[in-house]
Design a protein around this ligand. Sequence first.
Ligand code: SF4
Length: 393
Amino acid sequence: MNPFRYMRVETVPEALAAMSGVALGEDVGTRPRLFAGGTNLLDLMKADVMHPVTLVDIGRLPLTQIERLPDGTLHLGAMARNADTAEHPLVREHLPMLRAAILAGASGQIRNMATNGGNLLQRTRCYYFYDSGVPCNKRAPGSGCPAAHGLARQHAILGANEHCIATHPSDMCVALAALGATVHVESVRGAREIPMTEFHRLPGDRPDIDTVLQPDELITHISVPPNPYAGHGTYLKARERASYAFALVSVAAALELYPDGMIRSARLALGGVAHKPWRDLEAEAMLAGKPATDQTFADVAAFVLRDARAWGGPALPEGTPGNAFKIPLTERAIVRALQMAAAGIVTNTGQDAFNANEGLGDGRNDGRHEEHHDVPDGAGDGSHPTIPPGEAP
Ligand code: SF4
């Protein structure tokens, strides 16, 4: 049992004051931590991974608003629960892809506790990160990355290096990246806005730092600008089992279509493949002005994976612990998600699921609520270790 101090704050100024003494650059494992839903942090404390000296409970802060601003921007309070966000009428109407992404994550019980701000700050579920008995550059900087040559089924194929190949685990953040969301933060030094695509970091040589959020900053809300994608936005998630599992790969794809089927604009972001939600602006530009055809989608998928690299150990008799399978899986998932977006199918998973196969060929869906799982042969062979505790969105 590691002792820690607990304090509860009721207002934003109290929270900012409580965190104002945190030194920038202070060790991420031991500094004071903001605590809201607790769906990830408490697991990390119990697993001996994080040892905050102080928990600042912000669970009562009045940051739960979900509202539409006059210009059409949706304001999502940082303390709004994931479940409340997904079910809010404004989100259902204007951001169905975001709703699908939230509902694809975790379990109903966890979504009832997890907050929007906390979702952004959840940490990787790399098996080694949770095992304090082995090296891990993210947990103990400079100790090494055993995943790079070990068990890497859940790990990155884009933007990784030998220092860390972990993936960011959120579903919600992938949709937010695709939708061009902005993260709003405050500290005693003032307020600032961070584009969602710049909020999370690639590992570089400091994989212990997940985001650009400074340790004294509080996320107050997320804003999502108006967009034309409500009718043609898809969140596709491929995972090891039907529910309550992190993405092997996920795709947030959205299309704005002309009546003749040509693409006016597009959004494309990936989850489960990098240290951050992976949005590819060049691929989006490639889609604009092209017909919404399988060939267009295949060309773009290949382009997105132009720098993909597999990691992990050598093949074993019972299968490979590496993640080479994720490259073709991701390519197929991108094509499938774009096909679904063109057909107006919101997701392949969760309570809004449609049978993807029914909707791909002719642009129609029949409204049947079936789940579809795009996991390649051998992906569910049991050769991977148990996913760490605390599955969260
Ligand atoms: Fe640690 Fe990252 Fe390597 Fe996992 S991938 S063992 S989190 S350094």
